[in-house]
Design a protein around this ligand. Structure first.
Ligand SMILES: Cc1cc2nc3c(=O)[nH]c(=O)nc-3n(C[C@H](O)[C@H](O)[C@H](O)COP(=O)(O)O)c2cc1C
Length: 189
């Protein structure tokens, strides 16, 4: 299957006037090996930096590893089996939250990290990259790789979308199915 066919299949449909930008984002499992320049990575991380956070505590830290580095290798060894495809991504980002700072325990650390990741994801999309977030990795193992104040929470594969004509059939099958969205997610009062 051609990559463009996957992109077309995975584009979300909405009857509301939501921007195509949001409908076009999806989490692929096939990434190009094309290197991501540091300048683009810096721009992407800058979007996370300007994310809102409770009391502006900014309880996040990102370890950005390029494929080929020993840190990337170590991160890829933490992945659960089902996330094997992420080992081919050009970049893996380990997103950590900071649970305790000079003001004490931060009840909103995970929430704020999620918002920062959201900024990063959409800035990546603006630059033509795709992302795929993963909870499926060994967090205890990942903890041994980071500063003691950082709690690993999500791994993010990032890169240009890859060639689905050369991808495993199993992955193409998984990725060609549009993800359902529930219909009862808010109440307008
Ligand atoms: C916190 C989080 C953890 C996730 N963990 C995994 C994972 O371990 N493996 C995986 O293939 N996808 C994972 N995903 C991707 C979701 O399955 C995906 O976002 C969801 O099915 C909606 O699909 P879409 O992102 O393509 O719209 C995760 C997403 C988030 C936000």
């Amino acid at each position: 299957m051609k990559t463009q066919d996957i992109i077309d299949l995975r584009k979300y449909k909405s009857e509301k006037n939501v921007s195509d930008f949001f409908l076009s984002r999806f989490s692929p499992r096939v990434f190009s090996s094309e290197e991501v320049p540091n300048s683009d990575l810096e721009t992407i991380l800058e979007a996370a930096r300007f994310s809102p956070s409770s009391y502006n505590r900014q309880p996040w830290f990102f370890y950005v590893a390029k494929n080929g580095s020993s840190f990337f290798q170590k991160l890829s060894e933490t992945l659960v089996e089902g996330n094997f495809w992420a080992k081919k991504a050009p970049v893996l980002i380990l997103a950590c939250y900071i649970e305790k700072d000079q003001y004490g325990k931060n009840e909103y650390a995970q929430y704020d990290l999620g918002q920062a990741v959201s900024g990063l994801v959409y800035q990546a999309q603006i630059l033509g990259y795709y992302t795929h977030q993963m909870a499926g990795f060994d967090k205890e193992k990942a903890k041994t790789l980071v500063d003691k104040n950082h709690t690993p929470f999500v791994l993010i594969a990032l890169g240009k979308i890859g060639d689905y004509e050369k991808a495993d059939e199993e992955i193409v099958e998984m990725d060609k199915t549009p993800k359902e969205r529930k219909n009862d997610w808010y109440q307008l009062i």
